[in-house]
Design a protein around this ligand. Structure first.
Ligand SMILES: CC(C)(COP(=O)(O)OP(=O)(O)OC[C@H]1O[C@@H](n2cnc3c(N)ncnc32)[C@H](O)[C@@H]1OP(=O)(O)O)[C@@H](O)C(=O)NCCC(=O)NCCS
Length: 321
């Protein structure tokens, strides 16, 4: 018979060995955590995980303790990049050691895969990863980030500001290509393009846009609250805010940026004000966004309009292995 110590030893197993029903209780707990802590409906994502697990189409690992599923993590690869898609350890098993063990299995695997040159992760719910040594520490860089939230009713009542030579309109798909170019120019030399390498080029930004418009990872894209700012004389795009509904009563700003030459004139404020108003009309009671702590211009703007920091977490990038 196994000793007490042996019984509690966590084991990491390949996700392929599991069926969706094995992960059922854990995914239900995770869904409740997203709802309580982030006002986010995780059910569509959990459903995708179940479907892909049963199709043996998801790569990752499961942490097993005392014959119970204690947690899981999965990753996806896009060309040279590995993305840690999710990592969740159940509350009763949640320790920094268990979270790191699971992340370590993913990171060690990806570092060992010859085609992977870079790994990115943004695990909003995993707090214990922020302290202590990370897996693959010599290749890792942490970027502190904030999850911020505003009462949508407050956002909907913000006073309008007059803009000079810039008009706002609703974003539609016809702006997709110009928005990709705008993102690449707004994030040139910006800390967020160290965290997400898709921001470094128009082609990368196109993939980023495709993901937020088509996939449910960042909620359901909500076009009526997405806005463009356009230079009146030329019709050229100089700012954009993109939005999604992450629950029936909760919105999210997935992207906001202003062209370098137009910054500091109130365009970011107006985009945000208009998006918040439209999200409130759509039924949002709260609106959230994430921002890098070092991005002080943006943090100041958000705090000025009434967002508050609800959580701190870290984005991680592993490179140079
Ligand atoms: C963050 C960002 C969207 C803000 O947009 P912006 O148009 O520059 O923001 P605003 O002009 O509305 O507000 C910024 C500052 O200009 C000031 N301002 C606003 N209207 C003004 C006006 N009419 N005249 C002079 N100054 C004005 C504001 O007071 C604010 O100053 P403060 O930060 O000292 O309080 C923009 O800087 C950007 O695109 N950054 C790069 C991408 C990015 O970081 N996006 C956010 C990721 S989470």
């Amino acid at each position: 018979m196994a000793s007490t110590a042996e019984r509690h030893v966590p084991v990491v197993l390949d996700l392929w060995q599991f069926r969706a029903q094995d992960l059922g209780e854990m995914l239900e707990e995770e869904t409740a955590a997203w709802r309580e802590e982030l006002h986010w409906d995780f059910r569509p994502s959990a459903q995708l995980v179940r479907r892909f697990v049963d199709a043996h189409a998801l790569n990752g690992y499961v942490l097993v303790i005392d014959d119970q599923v204690a947690g899981y993590s999965y990753y996806v690869c896009e060309e040279h990049k590995g993305l840690v898609g999710d990592l969740y350890v159940r509350k009763k098993f949640r320790t920094a050691g268990n979270e790191r063990k699971l992340l370590g299995a993913v990171v060690d695997h990806l570092i060992g895969a010859r085609y992977v040159k870079r790994i990115e992760s943004q695990l909003v719910l995993s707090r214990s990863l922020d302290s202590g040594p990370l897996p693959g520490a010599s290749f890792a860089r942490p970027y502190p980030r904030y999850f911020m939230e505003i009462d949508a009713a407050v956002g909907a009542k913000l006073p309008a500001r007059a803009l000079e030579e810039v008009v706002l309109d609703q974003w539609t798909e016809r702006w997709q290509d110009e928005t990709a170019h705008l993102i690449a120019s707004a994030y040139r030399g910006h800390v967020d393009s160290e965290i997400n390498d898709q921001y470094r080029s128009a082609s990368g930004a196109r993939r980023f846009l495709y993901n937020i418009v088509q996939h449910p990872g960042c909620g359901t894209f909500y076009e009526p609250a997405a806005c463009v700012a356009v230079i009146e004389n030329t019709g050229k795009l100089c700012g954009a805010s993109l939005t999604s509904m992450v629950a029936e009563d909760s919105g999210h700003v997935t992207q906001i940026c202003v062209a370098p030459a137009t910054k500091g004139q109130g365009v970011g404020y107006e985009l945000l004000r208009r998006s918040l108003g439209a999200l409130a009309v759509a039924g949002a009671k709260t609106v959230s966004l994430t921002v890098t702590a070092a991005n002080q211009d943006a943090v100041r703007l958000y705090q000025r309009v009434g967002f508050s920091i609800e959580r701190q977490f870290s984005a991680f990038v592993w490179e140079g292995f």
